[in-house]
Ligand binder design. Structure first.
Ligand SMILES: [Zn+2]
Ligand SMILES: [Zn+2]
Length: 255
């Protein structure tokens, strides 16, 4: 499995981009950055988008993507997967003919450009040769991480989260697990803000990662708030986690 990092930050600042990860060229994991990174043919080749939750840094690429597909002859639909609260919120607050057009109304005669599909926590589904299980995390709005499997390999994507249990239990029990992508947003000194906004600091990341019980598991840190990147890098490098990579935009990870 290849994971191409289109964006790995919890906000934008100059060139630092919001969360989006492209799996095997056709499946997008969160949609914070799409059209500023992918060429038009690459956008047209997308088949599925998995949304962890509806915060702006995870969905803000969707309006431009829709715009870039409208009127394209022979464009196949892209399926957007999210739990019920995510799909309901997208339709009510984004594609509502106010913030952006209703995606169904501008799709044209060939059918909907976006097909919304509701998924259930802890219920696996298949898309593009991947088997995916959504797992609820602990965030300020309903949010899921995902266990993503392909043949004999799997990785965990935490979504936005503060201290939690089920994500780590699933990771501990997954025999094919080869990596975990876990969010870390604020420096240690901002622990209270992290807790209030339900995110992790490097100290909390250490605490949560231990719950998986696999100290040699490759860990990819993402969702750093760009204005605190320097402090976060220093603190993450001092965690002592053995195989820790602080993700950067444009990296490509082989799982
Ligand atoms: Zn976020
Ligand atoms: Zn969030």
């Amino acid at each position: 499995m290849e994971v191409r990092v289109l964006g790995c930050h919890g906000a934008e600042l100059l060139q630092k981009r919001s969360c989006s990860f492209l799996i095997n060229q056709t499946v997008l994991l969160d949609a914070g950055s799409i059209s500023t990174v992918l060429s038009l043919p690459e956008q047209q080749g997308l088949r599925a988008i998995l949304l962890s939750h509806v915060h702006s840094d995870h969905i803000k690429g969707l309006p431009s993507l829709l715009e870039n597909l409208v009127g394209e002859k022979d464009q196949h639909p892209i399926t957007i997967f999210g739990i019920e609260e995510v799909i309901t919120s997208l339709n009510a607050h984004l594609f509502n003919d106010e913030i952006w057009p209703d995606h169904l109304k501008i799709s044209g005669p060939q059918g909907p450009l976006f097909q919304m599909r509701t998924i259930l926590p802890n219920t696996p589904f298949s898309v593009e040769g991947l088997e995916i299980t959504p797992i609820l995390s602990n965030h300020t709005v309903p949010c899921t991480g995902f266990m993503i499997r392909e043949t004999d390999r799997a990785f965990l994507y935490s979504g936005d989260t503060c201290e939690t249990e089920q994500l780590w239990k699933s990771a501990a029990a997954e025999p094919k697990l080869k990596a975990a992508f876990i969010e870390v947003s604020f420096p240690n000194a901002m622990k209270e803000i992290a807790r209030q906004s339900k995110h992790l600091t490097p100290d909390l990341l250490v605490q949560e990662f231990k719950k998986i019980g696999k100290p040699n598991l490759p860990l990819y840190a993402y969702h750093m708030k760009p204005r605190y990147l320097d402090t976060l890098r220093t603190e993450l490098n001092e965690t002592g986690i053995r195989h820790l990579t602080i993700l950067e935009d444009d990296m490509r990870i082989q799982i």
